[in-house]
Design a protein. Structure first.
Length: 114
């Protein structure tokens, strides 16, 4: 059973930064596109950033220039550096393959508030 564990969320003031981490017990992790998703209560989960095995990155428009996705294949880990955070970034953040093909983890709560 593949397991995904996200961490690094928390409460931060507007303009602040957080770095999310996700470790996945996924065989051949290095060969998979990986993504960070977010979900607000009652809303669909949406992809905000993705990274290919070749480190090509894509972002949804509202995080471009503020978030950066990276990966460490030796650690089966993907990161999301979140800068210039805004209250509208408040959500639970999850990681998965892109597209999402493995069981979801618990996610990590990001709250941006003064």
């Amino acid at each position: 059973q593949v397991q995904v564990v996200e961490s690094g969320g928390g409460l931060v003031q507007p303009g602040g930064s957080l770095r999310l981490s996700c470790t996945a017990s996924l065989n051949m992790f290095r060969l998979h596109d990986m993504g960070w998703y977010r979900q607000a209560p009652g809303e669909q989960r949406e992809l905000v950033a993705a990274i290919t095995p070749e480190n090509s990155r894509t972002y949804v428009d509202f995080v471009k220039g503020r978030f950066a996705i990276s990966r460490d294949n030796a650690k089966n880990t993907v990161y999301l550096q979140m800068n210039s955070l805004k209250p509208e970034d408040t959500d639970v953040y999850y990681c998965n393959t892109s597209p999402a093909l493995i069981p979801w983890g618990q996610g990590t709560q990001v709250t941006v508030s003064s």
